[in-house]
Write a protein that binds this ligand. Structure first.
Ligand code: ADP
Length: 646
């Protein structure tokens, strides 16, 4: 390529004033010339239209006359500096005629005259108002955005493509414990990494012995190459952060940090609750099946229990026979107790307080879970002094508490080798209450979960084994009894649960005269009618009453009873609840209407203690209830209630 002749290319024709003016007049820039007295001598059309005046109204006038006093005062010094020979650049807001404010750049160029002295100056005006307004708007929005980001709890940061912080809000600094000065824009990512390493925060795959700067570099590189992703970060303090990273169009990286600890915990809890509900549904299906079986056992058991007792009485002076019948009776008693405890547990009804010996609660619980414990080779020691004061409690509920504690101990003991020890002990408190402890030598409860074991759904056991419901149920039962349940220190390891129960009401001396009462009872109640559709149950009931000296008739249903009662009165009516046709309840209603005095002599016999509706209906009659399976002593107790009523 041929060389340019630079001097030729830049040569312009010598301009006369006419040519110069015509160029300026056509220029889109705003240009004015002012003389030494700062009077406008030339303005181009652009300049005039920007000011909003015709050219003639500007020429020959001073700055103050054209732009007003305020603008003139602002611009005066600039013009004077130009007249002193300086090229001056100025940027700022200026008021123009008609209250117009414009953001303008004004450049002043001194102009030398023919004698070389400055004869005036050109001023070239550029209008940046729109740009300035947009800039101010942007600044306002950015400030708003920063205020929002600064105040949200979530952490937010933006790093530019060079790995420098553009923005790091307070939430982010707080979540990770960074000092405020690291949040200043421009801080390199490496400074954050160094800070973390100084605090000893290494990832599992990192080797603290490695050169630190190499580690810093590799972490920064990993961060800078991260794509769009959402990761969950487990903090050493147990919190969980969700980190979302997004690549920005300019190569920067936007990260947001949310503390999801509570959310994850709630999710875990919901899962645990669902599992517990599933488990309890399974159990309740199984429970009602078993309750049905237990219920069916009631009638035959009643017969065995009652006959065994009667047989024992009949054995008289034959010691071998007495010994045998005693064995049958105590085995049958035990069966009856198990069935009764079981039905008591399956029953859903409001709690009722009765004077109770804690030994009975422990016995009943062992009846149900003792076998499981023994077959796991657990050595059980019981230290429950005979003179433990009675308490006032709901027997079924306390049995439930005991069963839960024994089950927990059993599960804990299964995880260790022999010897497996379980100790239950009780002692009286000075205030008349009692303290009961259940201790095992299993693995015990780790200190970090001690606070939580009584929380609903807290479990350390695998799904399907634990539901976390046991101890929380225990706590709510014990608390409802005015007691306290807590974990106690276990010297030598293992777990100890300690229950304190308040004293029961001063019970009137329990009647110990049951044996001498039958004769007395029979003097008051001479005749009885037993109504039961199960002939053997009716027969054994009748036999017990006859043994006590009563004249007894039997009927196999309500209608039969009504027919008999139409002919004569009796002193006592013992009726089964569930019978075909006229059932126990209907018989009682009939009596209330036709023979109110006899209605007050009714005792109900029932094996159905599970259904709440029946329970409520029974309670409304106010009549005593004999629960199947019953012993002769049970029969005598309810009969005495009728006598006591008068
Ligand atoms: P679950 O037995 O279904 O887990 P619980 O409420 O009965 O529910 O018990 C809660 C937690 O308390 C258990 O998961 C276990 O960690 C702890 N725990 C209870 N009893 C014992 C015990 N005897 N030995 C050790 N830990 C126990």
């Amino acid at each position: 390529m041929a060389e340019h002749d630079v001097s030729a290319a830049s040569a312009l024709p010598e301009m006369n004033e006419t040519l110069f003016r015509s160029v300026l007049d056509r220029t889109l820039a705003r240009i004015a010339f002012l003389d030494r007295d700062r009077i406008h001598r030339y303005v181009n059309p652009e300049y005039a239209s920007f000011i909003g005046l015709p050219i003639e109204a500007i020429l020959g006038r001073s700055v103050a006359e054209v732009l007003g006093a305020a603008a003139a005062a602002q611009l005066g010094p600039l013009g004077r500096r130009a007249l002193a020979g300086e090229t001056v650049r100025w940027l700022g807001w200026l008021s123009y005629p008609g209250e117009r404010r414009r953001y303008v750049e004004r450049v002043y160029h001194p102009v030398p005259g023919p004698d070389g002295t400055i004869c005036g100056y050109f001023t070239i005006v550029r209008d940046f108002t729109d740009l300035k307004r947009r800039e101010e708007e942007l600044a306002r929005r950015t400030a708003q955005l920063e205020a929002i980001l600064g105040h949200i709890a979530e952490g937010v940061n933006i790093v530019d493509a060079e790995g420098r912080v553009v923005l790091a809000n307070e939430g982010f600094l707080r979540m990770y414990g960074y000092p405020t000065e690291l949040g200043v824009p421009g801080t390199p990512l490496a400074a954050f990494v160094r800070y973390r390493l100084n605090q000893g925060a290494y990832y599992a795959h990192e080797n603290p012995a490695e050169d630190r700067e190499a580690l810093v570099e590799s972490r920064v590189a990993a961060l800078m190459s991260a794509g769009n992703e959402t990761v969950e970060e487990q903090r050493p303090d147990g919190r969980t952060f969700e980190v979302r990273r997004r690549r920005l169009p300019d190569g920067g990286l936007l990260s947001t940090y949310t503390d999801v600890t509570a959310v994850r915990e709630a999710e875990r809890e919901v899962r645990a609750q669902r599992e517990a509900v599933r488990q309890s549904e399974r159990l309740s299906a199984l429970g009602s099946l078993l309750a049905g079986v237990a219920h069916e056992l009631n009638n035959p058991l009643s017969i065995v229990v009652a006959h065994a007792t009667l047989l024992e009485d009949m054995a008289g002076s034959d010691p071998a026979l007495v010994a045998r019948t005693q064995k049958i009776r105590s085995a049958a008693d035990r069966c009856a107790r198990i069935v009764q405890t079981f039905l008591g547990l399956a029953r859903r009804r409001p709690p009722e307080r009765k004077p109770l010996r804690i030994v009975e609660v422990v016995e009943a619980a062992f009846d149900l879970v003792g076998y499981t414990l023994r077959s796991a080779g657990v050595t059980i020691t019981r230290d429950l002094p005979a003179d433990l004061p009675p308490i006032s409690a709901d027997a079924d509920q306390l049995v439930q508490v005991m069963i839960n504690l024994l089950t927990n101990a059993h599960q804990a003991l299964l995880t260790r080798a022999h010897p497996r020890l379980l100790a239950i002990s009780g002692h009286a408190r000075e205030d008349g209450g009692i303290v009961l402890t259940v201790a095992d030598n299993g693995p015990g409860v780790p200190p970090e979960v001690r606070e939580r074991v009584f929380d609903p759904f807290f479990t350390t056991k695998p799904e399907g084994v634990g539901t976390g419901v046991g101890l929380s149920l225990c706590r709510s039962i014990v608390t409802a009894h005015g007691g306290v349940i807590a974990l106690a220190e276990t010297p030598g390891g293992g777990a100890t649960i300690r229950i304190v129960l308040p004293p029961g009401p001063r019970a009137p001396e329990a009647a110990s005269d049951q044996t001498e009462r039958p004769a007395l009872v029979a003097r008051r109640l001479r005749s009885a009618l037993v109504v039961d559709d199960e002939p053997e149950v009716g027969a054994v009931l009748a036999e017990i009453l006859r043994t006590d000296g009563m004249l007894v008739d039997t009927a196999s249903d309500g209608a039969g009873a009504q027919a008999m009662l139409a002919e004569r009165a009796v002193d006592l009516i013992v009726t089964d609840l569930r019978m075909p046709g006229v059932d126990g309840m209907a018989l009682h209603r009939w009596l209330v209407e036709t023979r109110p005095e006899l209605a007050r002599r009714v005792v109900f016999v029932t094996g159905d203690r599970i259904t709440t509706a029946i329970d409520i209906a029974l309670r409304e009659t106010g009549r005593p209830v004999l629960a199947k399976p019953f012993t002769p002593a049970d029969v005598r107790r309810v009969v005495r209630e009728v006598v006591d009523e008068g």
